[in-house]
Design a protein around this ligand. Structure first.
Ligand SMILES: [Zn+2]
Length: 572
């Protein structure tokens, strides 16, 4: 049933894409919009397959045996370089398309270090300063906002839309900022970052999840107190019909799409999360901004595991189909999709054609050579090594490879993949099997610095076409939704030392994990906890706490605190 629907849908999209090509010039990298009295875009859906390339798209098309949703909206290419490297990481990449500024490796929407690394590049942002994001801008416009990912929701890509820190690995801090950003819909993995190390949560399906926080904060309770619905399963997700919601379906990452039916039966697909996010967010009459990340294409590409990358990319493509379907019906939605960077440098063709077991060279490569090894894999390499745990008997190992990957492996293969007496290292398995039994090549276990494809769909004048820098993409969203990112920055991130005298403020670090900004000005005393959107004004009659339109950000490296202009005005 699904497949039939998919094809019908594709035909409809293709007609529209053709119309666009014939009527408007294609090869321009300008993005000019519309007259202000005829605003055509109310919503933006940005979708990112992390660590992906044209090689993955091509392979996925062969694997699927037909065109992808993404093929119908192919529009251009994107440069991905970062402030401190020609090869970016996910944090610096997402900072670029969330804020319009290039930054350094591992930085989450804060300015790069003071010393530029790349010849001729001058940073456009001050070091470590929080940079306003398109999600924050959309929020100030009164729009609903959402984040969807299959990693933890505090992982680099989604983090860059709602958090500010130079340390992407501090996911507990990032989670705190996301909770207090008042994002309407957050779906993905990472429950462990909400509760303390000694706390547990029992899921609706009877699992016990333990927290990792060591700061005494219970963000799960904070979400409930702030009026969020919380769901932890596919059925819980599907039952949501309106309102604000967090859905965390795994305590850490969600399962790879190909493994979901075996290990994660309670977890929704990326398309289901995207569909529900759109259903909830589109109830806001002011419109919405949604970021969707297919987080694990990157992991398949890091670990030379083509079936992981391709099946997660196809899951991403189905989410794109959901977004296009909504945009077609709505008529006021811009859909933009692009990888944050290439990972792995996947090619169809490898340096191992003389030694692999395909048996012929590239000039006689068949579709079956490309597709069959992947089609026989019912699970990814990481999943396979779980099934191989503790098994030393070669015959049992061979049987598992036969059943789950359709491969007749030899004793030599087993010896090459073993670590000690068992096969336990899935990276070794992916690398060896790719070289030995597939036509695929990988040039790196890390990221690669080449351009990535741009896919887009929207009202005809408003679809970006051509080559863009990743920083341009944030500007396209801001222009489409009618705000200036610089204005959002001056409204949300005022440096405390610029507006209050040194004698009027201090950062209370008594509880070092929960710093509090204290301001005494004109007879008023105020406290503002870092990473939250709360302002408490203390007077002789007691104290009152207000919710602000943005969060307070403490930057330890430069020992500065940033707060919303709204708070400055309330303090006077
Ligand atoms: Zn990435």
């Amino acid at each position: 049933m699904d497949v039939v629907k998919y094809r019908k849908h594709f035909a409809a999209v293709f007609v529209i894409a053709l119309t666009t090509i014939f009527v408007y010039p294609v090869f321009s990298n300008s993005y000019s919009a519309y007259s202000n009295d005829e605003r055509q875009i109310r919503n933006v859906i940005m979708l990112v397959p992390d660590g992906c390339s044209l090689g993955v798209q091509t392979t996925a098309r062969w694997y699927r045996g037909g065109p992808l949703y993404l093929d119908t909206i192919q529009k251009g290419s994107v440069s991905t370089w970062a402030a401190d490297s020609v090869i970016t990481d996910s944090a610096s990449a997402a900072t670029a398309f969330a804020t319009g500024h290039k930054t350094d490796d591992k930085f989450i929407s804060v300015g790069p270090k003071a010393t530029p690394v790349l010849t001729g590049f001058t940073p456009t942002a001050e070091p470590y300063v929080p940079l306003a994001t398109v999600l924050e801008g959309a929020k100030l416009e009164g729009k609903a906002t959402g984040l969807v990912a299959t990693s933890t929701v505090s992982h680099a890509t989604p983090a860059c839309f709602g958090a500010h820190t130079p340390y992407r690995d501090q996911e507990t801090e990032i989670a705190k900022q996301l909770v207090y950003q008042d994002i309407d819909v957050v779906f993905g993995g990472g429950f462990q970052n909400l509760i303390g190390k000694t706390e547990t949560y029992t899921t609706s399906f009877g699992a016990t999840w333990t927290g990792v926080r060591d700061d005494g904060q219970n963000l799960y309770q904070a979400l409930l107190d702030r009026g969020y619905q919380f769901v932890d399963s596919e059925s819980g997700l599907l039952a949501l019909s309106s309102g604000k919601a967090w859905g965390l379906f795994a305590t850490s990452f969600m399962h790879a799409d190909i493994n979901r039916q075996y290990f994660g039966a309670t977890q929704p697909s990326l398309a289901e999360m995207t569909s529900k996010a759109i259903e909830l967010l589109s109830q806001d009459k002011d419109g919405f901004f949604l970021l969707v990340e297919g987080s694990q294409v990157d992991w398949g590409d890091h670990y030379s595991d083509p079936v992981w990358a391709v099946t997660d990319f196809l899951a991403f493509d189905r989410a794109v189909g959901v977004a296009i379907d909504f945009a077609q019906k709505d008529g006021k939605t811009l859909v933009m999709a692009f990888p944050d960077h290439n990972t792995g440098g996947l090619t169809i063709g490898s340096n191992y054609q003389a030694t692999n077991k395909i048996g012929h060279v590239y000039t006689s490569t068949t579709i079956e050579d490309v597709v069959n090894p992947l089609k026989c894999m019912k699970i990814n390499a990481a999943g396979l090594t779980i099934l191989l745990t503790g098994i030393t008997d070669s015959n049992v190992i061979k049987a598992i490879f036969k059943e789950w990957w359709g491969l007749d492996i030899t004793d030599g293969d087993i010896a090459a993949m073993k670590t000690g007496s068992t096969i336990s290292n899935f990276i070794k398995v992916g690398d060896y099997i790719s070289k030995t039994y597939t036509v695929f090549g990988y040039t790196t276990a890390g990221h690669a610095g080449d351009d990535v494809p741009l896919w887009a769909y929207g009202p005809m004048h408003n679809t970006p076409t051509g080559h863009f820098d990743n920083t341009d993409l944030a500007g396209i969203v801001a222009e489409a939704l009618d705000f200036e990112l610089a204005d959002v920055g001056s409204r949300l991130y005022v440096k405390v030392s610029d507006v209050f005298k040194a004698s009027e403020w201090e950062l209370d670090l008594t509880d070092s994990k929960n710093p509090v900004l204290e301001i005494n000005h004109g007879g008023k005393a105020a406290t503002l906890p870092a990473s939250k959107d709360l302002l408490t004004l203390v007077s002789t009659g007691g104290s009152t706490t207000y919710a602000l339109e943005g969060i307070v950000v403490y930057c330890p490296v430069i020992n500065e605190v940033y707060l919303p202009m709204e708070a400055v005005e309330m303090i006077g």
